[in-house]
Design a protein around this ligand. Sequence first.
Ligand SMILES: *[C@@H]1O[C@H](CO)[C@@H](O)[C@H](O)[C@H]1NC(C)=O
Length: 200
Amino acid sequence: MCSGNFAKCLGITLIPLAILCFLCNVLLFFPGGKTAANNEDITDEVWFFGGILGSCALMIFPALVFLGLKNNDCCGCCGNESCGKRFAMFFSIIFAGVGLLGAGYSFIVSAVAINRGPKCVTAYSNGTFVYPFYDGNYLSNNTMWDECKAPSGIVTWHLTLFSMLLIMGLVQVALCAFQVINGVIGTICGDCCGCCGDGK
Ligand SMILES: *[C@@H]1O[C@H](CO)[C@@H](O)[C@H](O)[C@H]1NC(C)=O
């Protein structure tokens, strides 16, 4: 098993995911695809920056570290060839932990946002933005979506983007958890792809 190669694959996968999460979070600042008149018109959970901070900013560093693992100086330290690599793999555990926290944060924020539903204008809210739903009651009943009078398509917008953030957050959590395990194996066994021409 090539723990360094595996980490590189993880890095390549994590970067597009991080960019997509960033974009989803940015789009959520435009309810129904339109510019909001007030900051209060945007669903509170969007301001928690789950996609921008959790799934992107905190994820970019682990992703770059994983990408670089393959190219680490493998000629080691203290006369031990695999020592440098082992140290890099150990280091990657810490970054995987940071990524795990960020993605977990985004996942939890998305789950809360989906459960609570979007802020929108209802027939009784006098043009202000309120939360017409609670406890995910709108998820199983499309008829209730009509309670949101404006912005048009806000429920679909909210649900689609937060669902994407939820799923991508979960994938990132899984990938970082794998890298924690991979990093532990790499630290104990060394990167088994061989280096300095020993070809192990
Ligand atoms: C769905 O919501 C509408 C409007 O609130 C309600 O009249 C209807 O009974 C609900 N349907 C179900 C299956 O709960």
